[in-house]
Design a protein around this ligand. Sequence first.
Ligand SMILES: *Cc1c(COP(=O)(O)O)cnc(C)c1O
Length: 437
Amino acid sequence: MKYYSTNKQAPLASLKKAVIKGLAGDKGLYMPENIDLLKDFVVGEMKDMTLREIACTVAKALFGDDVDGKTLEKIIDDTLSFDIPVTPIHDNIYSLELFHGPTLAFKDVGARFMARLLGYFITKEGVRDVNVLVATSGDTGSAVANGFLGVEGIKVYVLYPKGKVSPIQECQFTTLGQNITALEIDGTFDDCQALVKSAFMDLEINEHMKLTSANSINIARFLPQSFYYFYAYAQLDKTGKADELVISVPSGNFGNITAGLVANWMGLPIKRFIAANNRNDIFLNYLKTGRYTPRPSVATIANAMDVGNPSNFDRIIDLFSIYPDPHKAITKKIAGYAYTDKEIANTMRKVYTQYGYILDPHGACGYQGLIDNQLNGNETGLFLETAHPAKFKSAVDEILGTNIEIPPTLQAFMKGHKQSVGLSNTFNEFKAYLMNQ
Ligand SMILES: *Cc1c(COP(=O)(O)O)cnc(C)c1O
């Protein structure tokens, strides 16, 4: 399989090249050139398959030309060593709990898959010494750092804004050591992101070291997220609930929902999607007006979705560019909603008191999207619960009056010893640091 750039100016790339480069030379995002449609009967058979078997089937369709089957199976085994339950909440509403991985967020799936695929290219294909730069406001850094921990030939630098990530988040990427370095930047998340972008464009740094990114622009982090859409469908199919499936995705950079759209494009029957936003409603405005107007992000309690210029927007446009009126086609397939912190808190309280289910602030947006979309009696609603509520313990406890338990995996991080390198937010200092590595 070859990968093309959404800007159509860069040459086609192999999987290896697309993964190592991250972004195409023309600044576009890579997309798979042709995906064998998984036949209907395969999707129908998935209800008798395990999560591992389903993920292997989808992985072979996507990556089977470039990576042998045995290796893919091994990568899947190492990636999906945890459950992804589909939990009924009430009526025809279900939660897809994507938070049972090592850092308790859905990003574990993509980050672990990417780390292992890169590891394979390094050990088997002579690729050397890759450096992953990742800017984080909290969740991405922990999933990437833990996914890449101990993978030989790869060094990870996590840039995070000093004093602006929660202590629980911070300990998940500052206590690891080995090939993971935490860079504590005296600045904002936007500063961290700008430093990473400048590094990618700096010729001297790129001559000095091989750099790639591990956010959802990277095809190896983005595409594996399609696995669990197939798995969720199969679980609902077992009880005859999958025929008219509506899936609501709490969205920030829109990598997760775009992976669902790819699954749909591969033949998975999903009736429609809901893009649930917090107050950063750039995509909702696009749905309403047909105009895409990025703007600086605003801080909310669902902070992993505080994104003012969703990086996967171009992939959505690209998927629908075969239609004469792409905007119209997008609004037929995707509905959008946006919620204030107050609305998010109200949803969390309502679901907790009525159904005894604890939502995290991101999942709450997804749930409320299904409610506001007013499903008909034949439709099944599934929302993606993207983080364990304990990751947002202080907000959740304050809103619900609870004292929720911190899972043992998270407690273990909190006992670790913090190690980080303090840097100012100037590019010169960051560059000097990298040139010394
Ligand atoms: C990253 C993240 C999101 C947003 O996912 P995108 O793929 O960027 O749209 C939603 N919820 C949580 C908990 C996250 O960590």
